[in-house]
Design a protein around this ligand. Structure first.
Ligand SMILES: NC(=O)c1ccc[n+]([C@@H]2O[C@H](COP(=O)([O-])OP(=O)(O)OC[C@H]3O[C@@H](n4cnc5c(N)ncnc54)[C@H](OP(=O)(O)O)[C@@H]3O)[C@@H](O)[C@H]2O)c1
Length: 289
């Protein structure tokens, strides 16, 4: 298949680039905004036509959650309007669209993992724009396409919580980390593996909606403690409530998403978060990719 990957310099896009080497049966086109800006419908149409693209994996997004509060229009253009354009193009050209969304479509007031059909109610601009992207894609209904919601993404590429904790853990004796926001970290390599092994072959009449995160559950505090332990850093991690760490964007307290459909429909076993974290920390420690 001829597969276009957008946002390929981001965390997920970078992991897909590495894994794509193991799929010689496909021809991959890795692009980021310098080569292909997803907000330009004209550029996307031209690229898809010229390269006879059959699958688009949309990893491009506006992901700066706090900054989005002051850049609402830009966040909406990338996370919503561009997705609408991609979906319209996919429908018109019978191209499969694999789009990534977020746990931030929920308000975080739940107490058990959200099933895919659970009512959405985002509490910040990033979540609002990502939900608008989902809805636009569902309205257009490109065939054989899916939306995959994920959470707390990290990778040996890009900037993320794991890399920040490892850096701060080297420099400091003590760190305060939020202990009352609960979710699941997702190693971008695992999501990339699922996409290339399973999602690119999806067939459906209605846009599929799935949740993919690693297995397990933790708070940011637990996550930080585990990072320090696995990376053998001496830094002490102290729990603080989210109220002690004000930020421009409100974040949901509870972010767990039910993954039963991924396990059942795709016959795919998702790794436990601590095992995937180990793999990533080893890569970072020994500078492997
Ligand atoms: N990171 C998380 O914790 C998290 C959690 C839940 C869901 N997700 C979702 O998972 C997906 C992948 O996230 P990620 O962590 O890999 O994101 P990322 O590392 O921020 O990568 C996104 C990439 O898209 C690029 N991009 C931005 N605007 C673009 C445009 N107009 N055209 C083309 N490319 C553009 C970015 O470039 P610049 O960096 O130069 O802007 C960046 O390289 C996204 O849909 C995100 O919403 C992420």
């Amino acid at each position: 298949m001829r597969i276009l990957i957008t946002g390929s310099k981001g965390q997920l896009g970078s992991e897909l680039k590495v894994l794509s080497n193991y799929y010689p049966e496909h021809l991959f086109f890795h692009t980021d905004k310098e080569e292909l800006d997803i907000t330009s419908k004209e550029a996307i149409v031209k690229f898809v036509n010229k390269n006879k693209i059959k699958v688009i994996i949309n990893c491009a997004a506006y992901t700066a959650v706090d900054r989005a509060e002051s850049e609402k229009e830009l966040a909406d253009r990338i996370n919503h309007l561009a997705v609408k354009n991609l979906a319209e193009l996919a429908k018109e050209k019978t191209v499969k669209l694999i789009h990534i969304s977020t746990d931030y479509v929920f308000d975080g007031k739940g107490y058990k993992p959200y099933p895919v059909g659970h009512p959405t109610s985002p509490v910040n601009t990033y979540g609002i724009t990502k939900l608008a992207g989902e809805k636009a894609m569902q309205l257009v209904q490109p065939s054989n396409s899916i939306i995959i919601r994920t959470s707390w993404v990290y990778s040996s590429y890009g900037n993320n919580f794991v890399k920040t904790m490892m850096r701060l853990g080297e420099d400091r004796n003590k760190l305060n980390v939020i202990c009352d926001q609960i979710g699941v970290p997702t190693y971008a390599r695992d999501l990339a593996d699922f996409i290339l092994q399973k999602a690119v072959y999806v067939e459906n009449n209605k846009v599929g909606l799935y949740h993919f995160t690693n297995e397990g559950v933790c708070s940011w505090y637990d996550f930080a403690k585990e990072i320090m332990g696995q990376a053998e850093l001496k830094c002490k991690v102290c729990p603080i409530p989210a109220t002690a760490y004000p930020s421009p964007a409100i974040r949901p307290y509870y972010s767990l998403m039910d993954k039963v459909d991924i396990n059942k429909e795709f016959n795919y076993t998702i790794p436990y978060w601590k095992e995937s974290l180990k793999e990533c920390i080893e890569k970072l420690t020994f500078n492997l990719h």
